[in-house]
Design a protein around this ligand. Structure first.
Ligand code: SAM
Ligand code: ASE
Length: 348
């Protein structure tokens, strides 16, 4: 884009046009993932023609050729032409992140974005008008029951858990080492879902005990589909809004506070304040907005996602600090990791 740098958007709206077509680029990647393009190209010993890819994936050759060309246009695939035939091959990025099954694969994230987030975002205008989530229009589930919508079927539950799991493949280590947590003996990951972050906590702090706390149904699925042989963390089940939470020295709340209204967050954090001893603490793991409201754009988009799907919002550090102080916690420390998710530590 170097040739555009000297020209202003007023002369020609390069950036604006790119933004207006952003959804098309997302859909190109979503369709390729759903069709299995990246697995096929990864496993193939040589470059493949569109005809060959289409046949192998039970698709139309002309449609596939246009899709593959667009993937080349966004530099996710490569193409060479030999004797008039275009031959397509994968790139390292596509093999590592888009093909299914690799240790760093974001395939589950792509599938959730395509099949759940995209339909919800189709109602963005209404969400902004009404100021509430669009689960009713999209899935027929009332707006108060956010996790009933997310967990509306076993298949959807697995897809959501796949999405949650994939974030910590990229950011887990940075988030758990943002602060030295080795002084906390008993660490409880509340709403810990698949255990992906608990695994990173257990690796970074081998002398602490790490427990994942979540709904019984989620714990059962996590044990069955996500637990690995050498995992050392344990599970407990319950509802953190009902009754008491098990005692711990450190409560980890990763992407929990952003799901809920300020009032519900205060209720939960006050409960945690009473459940831990002096010296105990909470670690919030969230994508934090900038205080000057100018970004990061990813976090601003996540906040709109919380509007269309949940009850919560993304917040800047000052708002997390205020909620923590109002719950009784002090010594609030904020660490921006530079990746998608940041960490905030506060103690009793
Ligand atoms: N902490 C995980 C992460 O960041 O990947 C999962 C975050 S997910 C947005 C919220 C998690 O909280 C889900 O696993 C959900 O089942 C759990 N959860 C929601 N409400 C809960 C409640 N009342 N009691 C226990 N767990 C709850
Ligand atoms: C939640 C997080 C998410 C609740 C619903 C959600 C996300 C999507 N839906 O706590 C994650 C946001 N990040 C991405 C990559 O979509």
């Amino acid at each position: 884009m170097a040739e555009h740098l000297s020209q202003s958007e007023l002369d020609y709206p390069f950036k604006l046009l790119e933004y207006l077509n952003g959804f098309r680029i997302s859909k190109v990647i979503f369709a390729a993932c759903e069709l299995g393009v990246f697995e096929l190209l990864m496993k193939s010993p040589g470059a493949l023609s569109a005809q060959h890819v289409a046949q192998a994936l039970d698709a139309n050759a002309d449609g596939m050729e246009r899709l593959l060309d667009a993937l080349v246009g966004i530099e996710i695939l490569e193409v060479e032409t030999a004797d008039g035939t275009a031959l397509y091959s994968s790139t390292d990025v596509a093999n590592m992140y888009l093909a299914r099954g690799g240790v760093k694969s974001l395939h589950d994230m792509v599938i959730y974005q395509s099949q759940t987030i995209y339909p919800l975002w189709n109602n963005m205008t209404d969400a902004v008008r009404e100021g509430k989530n669009q689960n009713h229009k999209t899935f027929g589930i009332p707006p108060e029951e956010v996790f009933e919508a997310i967990y509306r079927s076993e298949e959807e539950t697995l897809k959501f858990m796949g999405l949650m799991n994939s974030s910590w493949i990229l950011d887990g280590q940075d988030v758990v080492t943002a602060f030295n947590l080795s002084g906390f003996q008993k660490i409880m990951d509340l709403g810990g879902c698949t255990g992906a972050l608990a695994r990173e906590l257990a690796k970074a702090y081998p002398s602490s005990s790490v427990t994942v706390f979540d709904f019984l149904e989620i714990v059962e699925i996590a044990r069955k589909h996500f637990l690995q042989e050498n995992d050392t963390f344990t599970f407990e089940s319950g509802d953190f809004f009902l009754g008491e939470v098990p005692p711990a020295d450190l409560y980890v709340l990763a992407r929990i506070v952003h799901d809920w209204s300020e009032e519900k967050c205060l209720r939960l954090l006050k409960k945690l304040y009473h459940a831990c001893k002096p010296g105990g603490g909470v670690l919030l793991v969230e994508a934090m907005l900038l205080e000057n409201r100018r970004g990061p754009i990813m976090t601003q988009l996540f906040s709109l996602n919380m509007l269309v799907q949940m009850e919560g919002r993304e917040r800047p550090p000052s708002q997390y600090t205020m909620i923590l102080n109002q719950s009784g916690f002090t010594n609030v420390q904020v660490c921006r990791t530079g990746k998608s998710y940041d960490a905030i530590l506060a103690v009793k």
